[in-house]
Design a protein. Structure first.
Length: 364
């Protein structure tokens, strides 16, 4: 198991407040990777009209909510499972698969390894190589798959590298995993921010592959981390049945059910989000690519990883410099395979992005 160092998470504003003496309300978090537009206007207005929903239990099958998710994601309702955030679903899938040995592409989100360790499993990493700009070498990766691996976890687009695996290569991975009897869990938390979701999302592959489950949430794209609404897409009927047996009833509250039926249908908000993130992603990648202080890695989500090229400056230095201006970035030295010369920030509104860029590019 790789040892993970402590770090400030995007939600740790109370810690920042205590250590730096900055009110959390005055901090702009470039670390949380949350949609800068805030919640859907359709949700904001509609929830007021449906507040009485809390007086009754939600539908135990969550039929309407699952139908809305299916329409939004482009899959069948019977293949949708809802959970109390994608975190609950990650835990459930790992518990049911109960891997003795799991493979994870790294660097990535540390919660996967934690869940595997809780069921007594061993985690091994396939490192994404910096010399390849953290883009997966699919042929080499597939050649490393063996029958003693029970579970493969892929974050796509990957956090923190921002790189992505397209559906063509994902199909190759799924074929190789089927041959080795490996179940694949794909975390698509950031796929909705991609320029062309259809080229990256594996939702369509669930129709022909029963060895894959896709996880998504509403925390990032829909700017609703407090809602705790996540969902999974999987066509393996036996696995879905097992999950439904284990899930506690009513883990999704009535307000979250109403919220889901509203925000998944707010097409104007969805289009506006993709336009903003796409424009800022292109602009900021070009800005940092033209600098001689950083190397940016081509992002496919709503955040970008930077390698610090200037000698004598660390990720901790830049974190400290930015937070003292009320801007919180991610010091990536805590991720496996990344040292103290990597930082990550998400794309906010243009004015805030300009402020952060000026701080990062400013010579001391």
């Amino acid at each position: 198991m790789i040892k993970h160092k402590d770090h400030f998470h995007g939600s740790d504003l109370e810690k920042i407040e205590k250590i730096y003496g900055i009110k959390k309300e005055d901090i702009i978090s470039f670390s949380a990777n949350v949609n800068p537009l805030g919640i859907s206007p359709k949700l904001k207005e509609g929830i007021k009209e449906h507040i009485d929903c809390i007086t009754t239990y939600p539908d135990r099958e969550y039929s309407e909510l699952r139908g809305c998710i299916a329409n939004y994601a482009g899959c069948e309702t019977e293949n949708v499972i809802v959970g109390n955030g994608s975190t609950e679903l990650i835990s459930l899938f790992v518990q049911i698969e109960h891997p003795k040995k799991a493979l994870i592409l790294g660097p990535t989100y540390s919660e996967y390894e934690r869940e595997i360790s809780l069921v007594g499993g061993k985690t091994i990493y396939y490192p994404l190589r910096e010399e390849n700009d953290f883009v997966l070498d699919t042929a080499d990766f597939v050649s490393k798959l063996t029958e003693d691996i029970d579970l493969l976890i892929i974050c796509n687009p990957n956090n923190p590298t921002g790189t992505a695996i397209d559906t063509h290569d994902m199909r190759k991975i799924l074929d190789a995993c089927m041959a080795c009897h490996i179940f694949v869990m794909v975390d698509e938390t950031y796929v909705e921010f991609a320029e062309d979701v259809s080229k990256i999302s594996a939702v369509g592959l669930t129709r022909t592959y029963g060895n894959i489950a896709i996880l998504r949430g509403t925390s990032k794209f829909f700017s609703a981390p407090g809602l705790r609404l996540g969902y999974a897409i999987c066509s393996n009927a036996d696995l879905i049945s097992e999950i439904n047996k284990r899930k506690d009833p009513w883990t999704i509250n009535s307000i979250a059910v109403v919220a889901g039926t509203l925000m998944f249908t707010d097409q104007e908000y969805i289009d506006k989000t993709r336009a903003l993130i796409g424009s800022e992603r292109d602009r900021l990648y070009k800005l940092f690519a033209e600098s001689n202080r950083f190397k940016p890695y081509k992002p496919h989500g709503n955040f970008m990883l930077l390698k610090i090229l200037e000698e004598g400056i660390t990720s901790g230095d830049l974190f400290d410099k930015a937070i003292r201006k009320g801007l919180m970035i991610r010091d990536c030295s805590t991720f496996p395979y990344l040292g103290d010369n990597y930082i990550r920030f998400c794309f906010m509104n243009p004015a805030d992005n300009d402020t952060l860029s000026a701080i990062l590019l400013e010579r001391n």
